[in-house]
Design a protein around this ligand. Structure first.
Ligand code: ZN
Length: 443
């Protein structure tokens, strides 16, 4: 039985947006979200499931590539109006065949001519496909031969390709799948949702982080239509967020998306996020601009109230520096030589958010800090530690009397904060590890 061949038809923009080589400057486009719909943008990107089938496509990896079921004559559309159907069918078939190169282990290993290692896991790739879809990879494969793996194929490490941030294994697979098929897969729930009991997963941290990674990959690897898409998604997030703008602001800055940076800065400047978190989380220039924006937004009266004793502020800054250096003796000295207290310096919040578990333990050991003190945002030290999700810091605070039932001003407990930040993948990994430890202990 011979294969059925469709006549050649030109690529459709529905499935294959224009090549990144031709329109690299289009990424920083207007990100107005007033239309409220990504589908209304100039770039038409199919987000159909990769498993979408029209009944003619070979879905079985064991059948050789290019083999399709032969339709009966009645099934084949004819006449003037049939051309769009044939085009869609033909391109779906091409997309599905190319996807097999990625998801079928036998084919990806046999035909793959290089590897990219992401989070320690090698992903076989086909350099020609990546090179024609991305100028970044075209230049990379021309200039860098990569380190050779055992089979003699070049191997590239994701950590070497990214100058600032990270792109995880799952995010890169979604991105790679788009390069191969022209279709954008839905984000895997295991890494793009949280484990909170009640959450729409439309603006929780895992959902944001996954989109941030996809935007970063699209920008670094120069696929402008995806940059536009993910930029609009993140702009929609910003409308609903305050403190979680930081990762969006960070990626927008490094991807040089000026409109998104400005939107984030305005949002953060109007929020009650403390200046230390802004300085720690964001690039220097951005934190400086936010500081300036905040002053502009303040009335004269508010600026007078904001004015503080410079000596008092200097001691607080030195206490924070000593905490950064794990130097508890210096902290003690600063407390002795001034009238500044650990509570004035929000030392416990600072240590719980930014410092080593050891120094948190030592600060608590001084017995001079109120363990349930609230900062300007209404967070206790335990809320701050929950945001960081460092188990040993949380345990130290609980052991010293931190109240687990205290709520933030918007009604969240430390447990609910943790759940909104934790991905199912990490939750299951930690649970599994805990169960193994318990079994080992009993053994
Ligand atoms: Zn969620």
């Amino acid at each position: 039985m011979g294969d059925f061949y469709f006549p050649y038809l030109p690529s459709s923009p529905l499935l294959f947006p224009s090549s990144s080589h031709e329109s690299d400057d289009s990424s920083n486009q207007n990100i107005s979200t007033s239309s409220g719909s990504e589908a209304s943008s100039g770039q038409n990107i199919s987000t159909a499931s990769s498993h979408a089938s029209n009944g003619l496509i070979n879905q079985n990896p064991s059948i050789p590539l290019g083999t399709v079921a032969i339709p009966s004559l009645e099934d084949i559309p004819t006449g003037f109006g049939a051309i769009p159907s044939l085009e869609v069918i033909s391109l779906n078939k091409l997309s599905s065949n190319l996807e097999q190169l990625l998801i079928d282990c036998r084919r990806s290993c046999y035909y793959g001519d290089a590897e990219i290692v992401v989070e320690g896991r090698p992903i076989p790739i086909h350099r020609y496909i990546l090179a024609v879809r991305s100028r970044f990879f075209d230049e990379l494969f021309t200039q860098e031969k990569g380190s050779l793996e055992e089979g003699g194929k070049p191997r590239y490490f994701m950590s070497d390709l990214l100058p600032h941030g990270k792109v995880g294994y799952e995010a890169f697979l979604v991105f790679l799948s788009y390069l191969y098929t022209g279709k954008l897969k839905p984000s895997p729930l295991d890494v793009s949702t949280c484990v909170a009991d009640v959450c729409a997963h439309d603006a929780c941290r895992p959902a944001i982080n996954f989109t941030v990674e996809l935007l970063y990959a699209s920008s670094i690897f120069q696929v402008p239509e995806l940059v536009s898409l993910f930029q609009r998604r993140l702009a929609n997030f910003v409308n609903r967020l305050m403190w979680m703008c930081n990762p969006i602001c960070w990626v927008a800055f490094h991807c040089q998306l000026s409109q998104l940076v400005a939107k984030c800065m305005d949002r953060i400047a109007r929020s009650d996020l403390d200046s230390i978190s802004i300085e720690k989380d964001l690039p220097y220039q951005v934190s400086k601009d936010i500081k300036f924006l905040r002053k502009e937004l303040m009335s004269d009266d508010e600026q007078k109230i904001e004015a503080v004793d410079p000596l008092h502020e200097m001691v607080i800054k030195r206490i924070h520096e000593a905490l950064d250096l794990d130097d508890i003796e210096r902290v003690k000295l600063l407390l002795t030589d001034s009238d500044v207290t650990l509570n004035d310096a929000n030392a416990l919040h600072y240590a719980a958010a930014h410092c080593s578990p050891k120094i948190v333990y030592e600060v608590l050991g001084l017995g001079l800090a109120d363990v349930n003190l609230r900062n300007s945002q209404g967070y206790t030290g335990l809320h701050t530690a929950a945001l960081r999700r460092e188990p040993s810091v949380i345990v130290s605070l609980l052991a010293t009397g931190a109240c687990v039932l205290d709520l933030t001003l918007d009604g969240r407990s430390a447990v609910s904060i943790c759940r909104r930040l934790t991905r199912p993948k990490d939750y299951h990994a930690i649970t599994e590890k805990g169960q193994k430890l318990i079994k080992t202990g009993y053994a």
